[in-house]
Design a protein around this ligand. Sequence first.
Ligand code: ADP
Length: 685
Amino acid sequence: MDMNEKVKILVVDDLSEKLLVYRTVLEDLNEELYTAMSGEEALRLVLKHDFAVILLDVNMPGMDGLETASLIRKRFKTRYTPIIFVTAFLDEFRSQQGYAHGAVDYILAPIDPVILRAKVKVFVDLFRMQREVERRAAEKVLLAEEHAKRLFAEEAHRMSSFLDQASKVLSQTLELPEIMNQLAGLNVPKFAEACIVSVQPSTDVDIIHRGVWKNEGMEVSEEALCNQLLPEIMQSITTGNPITVEKPTELNWTSIAEFPIAEVLVQPLKARGRTLGTMSYLNTAASLVERNKNRTLIDELSSRAAVAIDNVLLLQHIRETDRRKDEFLAILAHELRNPLAPLRNALSILQMKEKENVAVQNAGAMIGRQLTQMTRLVDDLLDVSRITSGKINLNFETVDLHTTVMTAVEATRHHFDSRQQKLGVRFPPQQLCLKADPVRMTQIIANLLNNASKYTNPEGAITLTIRQQNQLISISVKDNGEGIPSHMQRRIFDLFTQVDESVEKSHGGLGIGLTLVKRFVEMHEGDIEVFSEGHEKGSEFIVSFPYDASLQVPHTPAPELAHDIPMPRKSVLVVDDNVDSADSMAMLLELMKIEVFTANNGIDALDQAEKLRPSMILLDIGMPGMNGYEVAKSIREKAWGQKTKIIALTGWGQEQDRVQSKTAGIDVHLVKPINIDQVRELITS
Ligand code: ADP
């Protein structure tokens, strides 16, 4: 209420002339005057208004003043409203009764205006003062509320910025030990003097611990501490509940006496219904962690941390499965490759023996093409698994792009010929050289040519154009074939992605080729782009590489393979645990008029070599029992074994395999399926 606001006064009397008198007397007070002519009317007004004082005539017909007063007192809101009784006959009894009904004062009639005014004014002022006090109190409450709200907002802000910071920190890494270190760091010194984060990646694996201490001097043996805490950590992990250890020093925590711990809280880290680990808070002094707001923060932090750790563990799981898949792919490709060697050998034998038989030659050519296709697929598979495991090394040298492109054209020409497609090749007049791995560069171009032929109808046209512009060399392979819808243009470079995945339209591919091309291009610091206006509109693939004008190579014509050089008489021992492989190779060599012996395991190989002293050994590496490396080492230890030429024939062509071969004393490391001309050359040399 405003200080200037008028206060309300009620006068109750059954006589209107008396009411008039009151009005005249009280007018000077300049307050708001209400009048009632009966107890009932007075009660009605009291319900509606808040009166500073009520003047009540004791003698009224019907409900008299005393009765009216008692009813007013009964109402909670008006139980303290001052009442002044007006009466003509004051005696002891009445007075007692009046006070018992809560009267505050009496006025004797006939009334003295001065006294009446003075008495009423006292109550009016009192009422005003009371209202003022109430107003001030309300203001204070309001202020206190605002203050509390501000504090709460500040606290909420503090909490949320801590949690924001925590989320940021936790999302910065995907490595488990790192995330655990960061988490421990977030807790110290905010909540504890030391914090140990423990995670059990899966139920069959040991728990990993990572701890952070506030002061370096305080640092105790992490192992001792973790051992001491292990029962509580395990209990929290199995129950999913926080565990508090009070007065741990009294619980025989002697091994860590340098750090007298007064309290421990082991907080579970729960995500997706599993407790992944705990955060243990250790303090030397009175409770830091138990304070309520800290507990709320710790609860919130632990649920965020658990989600982050859960994600990391999931990722680890995915990585592990991916690694196993890659391993499987590598082994699969390797195993698929093994039978290709005897097949290729057997084919060569057939073709040599049946030189004049046209049907055999045609069938042989067909088998040869299928073998080449299968070898290419298997090689691609091997390449992919090497690339994904980061095991591929490029052998960079300066290459003449013209030579590389023509090698790729030669390797793929039969596709164009068999589909009566026209292949145009356009070169700029000048020589263009690149720092590149010639094998991989040929593979890039051959792959694009291969696809262009595959995805273009017979009699279609393909153009290969080499350009040099400023600092770039670009190779474009353009066809007028089936084209690529725009939504697939980015995806076709992903592993195992094909535009049409139906088996009948797969053209015998696996969706690997372009992934390899892109990776090889990137390993040459180049770029690949695809352009196609859509279905049936043809496609163009452009690869570009940085151009360095200073690179040059002398032009050397490719050496002719020496098919007709007569073979000197030599003896060769073929060692392979795959009997077909060994036998077919032996047959091939015999056709070249070479004396050949075979062995199908390491021990037998050593025996035969000892007996026969062959001039050359074709040695398989992966054999059960004694492997090829061990055979080679044993042979090199013998005096007679120094001069023997040892050639490894193996499915493994990685750099480390070659190094291992060299260490074992092997002269040449050939990767299966081998080209028979290579062997012939080695024998003649
Ligand atoms: P693959 O040819 O073994 O399926 P690739 O990785 O070489 O795998 O190619 C992926 C997909 O890209 C192919 O399945 C094909 O749908 C599409 N593609 C590649 N080259 C062409 C092209 N020249 N024309 C149309 N589509 C192509």
